[in-house]
Ligand binder design. Structure first.
Ligand code: ATR
Length: 252
């Protein structure tokens, strides 16, 4: 759909690699002189970050790459578009990031991939909370700032300030689980975003709705947003994500 908008003829296919043949699969793909780039997804995002010649600043922080771009000189740049996909989706939904007090749940690859993009938009405060406290602290130490901290879920009970935006980056939604955070953390005036998506609201979004939250959004727009950013990196064309989000939503 992006290529249609841009009036470009492209081929974009899926390749299933194994742990053993991932790098040969990648090098094989780039033997084709027409290969402009590729997306790489779990569980290979870290491996490809070591394979490329250069990393963007965001990919460096994330320690992971989801987009490989073949440059004019034949070298490979690794970038990550997840953070850009997330913030563009939030902005599209009218959610303010600048000066907002933000709670990011989870400290795995998904959280790490979006940190830099969120901080670039200058929130008032960003707190990462994770079931395993140590991982949240480690992640916060990657970008030292006074207004950016990492805590364990158990410390959330002491947090007094209401959050404007709560983002669930944990993989709990995938298994239908709810991150064990105190209900008091989710104020009804907050905006709640889950990076997961499904044909119905995720358990986390349903939980927030039960607590009176009106603004709840799932991660389908982030999925399309990260793809749009990759498309832009390869073609220089910024596609309109809205018709693609609608088409995907109706096919869920
Ligand atoms: P991803 O790439 O999706 O982030 P990951 O790197 O394996 O995957 O990280 C999963 C994240 O989801 C972690 O923050 C994990 O918390 P722990 O570090 O404590 O394991 C979080 N997570 C997974 N299941 C969860 C659950 N049921 N409740 C709360 N957090 C959960």
């Amino acid at each position: 759909m992006f290529a249609e908008q841009a009036g470009l003829r492209i081929e974009y296919d899926r390749t299933l690699a194994t742990k053993e043949n991932f790098i040969p699969t990648l090098t094989d793909f780039f033997l084709d002189p027409n290969a402009k780039g590729c997306n790489v997804t779990s569980p290979f995002k870290e491996q490809v970050a070591k394979w490329v010649n250069d990393l963007s600043a965001a990919a460096e922080i994330a320690g992971a790459v989801n987009t490989v771009i073949k440059k004019q000189d034949g070298t490979f740049l690794g970038d990550t578009t997840d953070g850009s996909g997330l913030v563009q989706d939030l902005l599209r939904l009218g959610v303010q990031i600048k000066d907002a007090r933000i709670l990011l749940l989870g400290a795995g690859g998904a959280a790490r991939g979006v940190l830099q993009s969120i901080l670039d938009l200058e929130p008032a405060f960003l707190m990462i909370a994770n079931r395993t406290e140590e991982k949240a602290k480690q992640l916060a130490s990657l970008i030292p700032r006074d207004n950016f901290v990492g805590v364990g879920f158990n410390q959330l009970i002491e947090v007094q300030l209401p959050f404007d935006l709560i983002i669930n980056s944990t993989s709990a939604s995938l298994t239908g689980e709810l991150p064990a955070i105190p209900e008091s953390v989710i104020s009804s005036s907050a905006c709640v975003y889950d990076m997961s998506y499904a044909d119905k609201p995720t358990v986390f979004l349903q939980h927030a709705q039960k607590l009176g939250v009106l603004d709840t959004f799932d991660g389908l727009g982030m999925l399309v947003g990260q793809a749009a950013e990759s498309f832009y990196l390869w073609t220089g064309y910024r596609p309109d994500v809205v018709p693609v989000i609608h088409a995907l939503r109706s096919s869920l």
